[in-house]
Ligand binder design. Structure first.
Ligand SMILES: NC(=O)c1ccc[n+]([C@@H]2O[C@H](COP(=O)([O-])OP(=O)(O)OC[C@H]3O[C@@H](n4cnc5c(N)ncnc54)[C@H](O)[C@@H]3O)[C@@H](O)[C@H]2O)c1
Length: 388
């Protein structure tokens, strides 16, 4: 879960409507009409070249009620993604289901010849990610994964700094984030149950930390991982009741609330990763990219949501003197969520590259998959991403 919705300002559209060619409307379907689907629909409604024509949700009546809230009574609704894809001629879908069904929905949509904007995390295992990429390649359709922090000006700056060679050779990266209490149960239990979330803090917020740094260094492939996961806080009913939640949430809790890993990447980079939904600590530390010429410190946010928490600093040695250069916080010109959807639609319309491509995010998923497997085995494992 990210806090982006708090920051969204519906009056601050990203691009002027008149700049968008609305002569042909893209026919959009929404799969899963829960919490994040609201953000998708809110932003689709700002796009003059989009018509939301259909939606699906497994819970009877949920999709109807959802579209009614937006005054979209004309949208046809279905009891699942399969029925929707069978009965509709769609151009694109937003997949807004819980993690467990990302892969089956993405594969089905791509196999039906529909472009896909898939919410993060890409899916829950490396095998699923491979299936998605196979379907994508076979279909020739655009698949983009929903990492909106990518569009943040500060995130882009991290990548620019690395690519400009300011840090020299990057050899060690420390990343992750944490929340003192951030188990996302105000929004139901799909994040915490094993059959719906499957992965917990890693799929919710850990994938953002990984994307922040891996995107900056060009997404090198992982070679080995030694991972650890735990759920001490999620399994304790007192933690839920003291926050006004039902004690049963502890019983339902079937994912990790903390994960850590030591990952070796191609190119000799080592990644030290920690992510916590909950912990007895303010922060597990800033993100730091260590380089031979300079290092970059990226302050963590208090409640980790994948964004930069303050002015970044570059540390380097100048003629034998240690100096620090502060990079002021940069303001972007549009909402991140708007840009995520708009850039996907532009790629669909212009036959362009997916803005957040699967060839990168499969690496993110492979690391998470490796952490899960290594944690289960209690030892380091090798990671191999098959050629697709
Ligand atoms: N990008 C972001 O900032 C952000 C923020 C929150 C959540 N998310 C992601 O969005 C996803 C959904 O989160 P949420 O909080 O909206 O969950 P949610 O539980 O509120 O909604 C998911 C909905 O999908 C439906 N669903 C599941 N499988 C389906 C299928 N095969 N066909 C039709 N409907 C199906 C469920 O019935 C449910 O109503 C998660 O993967 C989460 O990681 C992203």
């Amino acid at each position: 879960m990210s806090n982006e919705r708090e920051k969204l300002d519906p009056n601050k559209a990203g691009r002027k409507k008149e700049e968008i060619d609305a002569s042909k409307k893209l026919r959009v379907g929404i799969i899963g009409t829960g919490w994040i689907a609201e953000e998708h629909v809110k932003h689709y409604l700002k796009m003059p070249d989009v018509q939301i024509v259909a939606g699906a949700d497994l819970i009877p009546g949920k999709a109807d009620a959802f579209f009614k809230e937006f005054g979209l009574e004309g949208v046809r609704t279905y009891p699942n993604h399969t029925e929707m894809l069978k009965n509709e001629q769609l151009d694109t879908v937003s997949i807004c289901t819980y993690n467990a069904t990302h892969a089956e929905c993405a594969v089905a949509a791509l196999n039906s010849g529909v472009h896909v904007l898939l919410e993060k995390p890409m899916c829950v295992t490396l095998d699923e990610a491979v299936d998605i990429v196979k379907a994508e390649k076979k279909s020739g359709k655009v698949l983009s994964i929903g990492f909106q922090p990518r569009y943040d000006a500060n995130m882009k700056m991290i990548k620019k700094i690395v690519e400009a060679g300011e840090l020299g050779q990057v050899y060690y990266i420390q990343t992750g984030g944490g929340r003192r209490w951030g188990i996302p149960t105000p929004f139901g239990t799909s994040f915490i149950q094993a059959d719906t979330g499957v992965i917990g803090a890693m799929g919710d917020i850990g994938c953002y930390s990984l994307d922040m740094v891996l995107n900056a260094v060009g997404y090198p492939k992982p070679l080995t991982v030694s991972g650890y996961t735990s759920n001490f806080f999620g399994k304790n009913p007192d933690n839920f009741t003291s926050r006004g939640n039902p004690a049963e949430y502890a019983e339902l809790f079937g994912v990790e609330d903390f994960a850590a890993a030591f990952v070796r990447l191609e190119g000799g980079i080592v990644l030290d990763f920690r992510i916590a939904w909950v912990m007895n600590l303010d922060t597990p530390g800033d993100t730091i990219i260590y380089g031979t010429k300079a290092s970059l410190r990226i302050p963590s946010t208090d409640c980790w949501n994948g964004t930069v928490g303050g002015a970044m600093k570059i540390y380097k040695d100048v003629a034998g003197v240690g100096v620090e250069t502060e990079i002021p916080i940069l303001q972007g010109d549009a909402e991140l969520f708007y840009l995520k959807i708009r850039s996907f639609l532009d790629a669909v319309k212009n036959g362009g590259k997916p803005p957040v491509p699967s060839e990168q995010i499969i690496i993110n998923q492979a690391i998470i998959d490796g952490i899960v497997k290594s944690a289960r085995l209690g030892r380091e494992i090798e990671i191999t991403i098959p050629e697709i």
